[in-house]
Ligand binder design. Structure first.
Ligand code: KG4
Ligand code: ZN
Length: 339
């Protein structure tokens, strides 16, 4: 390690993963630790905020110490601490924010606040350099957005969901099929085994809109299931999963491609938990192959919540001279465009 190297410790606790990671010079991952609580939330069918906070308290010190050990780094070697300020569960965010503030104060280190979605987008920078203007398709449990970036740290939301997020729709449909939480990966697997034989709606909205809507599709799936049940008819759950997935993917892929062409972007990146979806990855690849617009999809472990992405986004904020104070708080409704 050179004296001049920038080393950022990232901390992420916005939902149900307690994570810490160290990134060197904004792009090189040297430690990555994620402690998932999924098992504890499974029996409730979703994330229980109080349980999440309690797990974060138990795990945070262990996870940070493990990241330092993995990276063979001590606090004194660090350039800054980057932490997720929001959006997320307020009680969960507070654990990470307070841990970051305590380390920054005790070791006299700069503190940098990071927007969780900026983090998801910057996961891509750990794989390849970013080229601007850039279009990001963000698809997670809480967000479905098309974001235009003209330079590092600048975010313009050109389209977003008007109701459910894509991941939320996956999880709700999964619940009606009695699949465990989180349902996205299960539907993805089932879809690969089924055929999209059931006719379901696609919400294209107005012709020039890059917005999304998934609640009508979710209701259509639930209605289809109920109707079949009432008539005593069998439905192949794999076919239903395949039909639902195709409907989601058709709209995501088409709107992303249209926006990429309209804004003349030099790169399209995909981010968030639903970017782990095999069907979506394949169809995006197909659509952009030979289009002349490079497409970047991070590996699966960088798509779901982690702290490497927070450290990577934190590096940009740090380089821009942005600093948070000891007044930093968790902000569940943090706005990306004002960030
Ligand atoms: O980004 P993320 O880890 O957490 C949020 O910030 O929301 O995303 C979690 C979401 C969940 O809704 C989960 O069901 C979904 O991502 N997800 C998937 C897949 N893997 C995770 N959805 C569809 N297909 C997958 N393979
Ligand atoms: Zn996330």
């Amino acid at each position: 390690m050179e004296q001049s190297d920038e080393l950022i410790l990232g901390i992420e606790t916005s939902c149900d993963e307690t994570a810490a990671a160290i990134v060197k010079n904004g792009t090189e991952l040297i430690a990555n630790v994620v402690s998932s609580q999924i098992e504890s939330h499974k029996r409730f069918g979703g994330v229980v905020p109080e349980i999440a906070s309690r797990h974060h308290v138990e795990q945070i010190t262990i996870v940070i110490e493990e990241a330092l050990r993995q990276g063979n780094v001590c606090f004194e070697d660090l350039s800054a601490i980057a932490v997720t300020e929001g959006p997320g569960l307020v009680g969960a965010l507070l654990i990470g924010v307070n841990a970051a503030k305590a380390i920054a104060l005790a070791h006299n280190l700069p503190l940098v606040a990071v927007h969780h979605i900026a983090g998801h987008i910057y996961a891509n920078r750990l794989e390849e350099p970013m080229e601007f203007p850039l279009l990001a398709l963000v698809v997670s449990g809480g967000h479905t957005e098309l974001i235009l970036m003209n330079e590092h740290g600048s975010f313009e939301i050109i389209g977003e969901t008007r109701d459910d997020a894509a991941g939320e729709a996956y999880d709700k449909v999964a619940r009606t099929l009695n699949l465990p939480y989180p349902g996205g990966p299960h539907i993805d697997k089932m879809a690969a085994e089924g055929e999209p034989t059931i006719d379901l709606p696609r919400a294209w909205l107005e012709a020039d809109s890059y917005d999304f809507s998934f609640s009508g599709l979710k209701s259509a799936v639930i209605n289809t299931l109920h109707n079949k049940k009432q008539r005593g008819e069998e439905i192949n759950p794999n076919d239903l999963a395949a039909s639902f997935q195709e409907s989601v993917i058709d709209v995501l892929v088409e709107k992303t491609y249209r926006a990429a062409e309209a804004y003349g972007v030099k790169q399209v990146v995909v981010a968030g938990g639903v970017a782990a979806n095999k069907g979506l990855r394949g169809r995006l690849q197909e659509k952009f192959d030979g289009s002349g617009i490079p497409l970047l999809i991070p590996p699966l472990w960088l798509c779901t919540d982690n702290a490497a992405m927070i450290a990577a986004a934190g590096s940009i904020e740090y380089q821009k001279g942005k600093r948070a104070t000891m007044k930093l708080n968790g902000n569940p409704g943090l706005d990306l465009e004002d960030f």
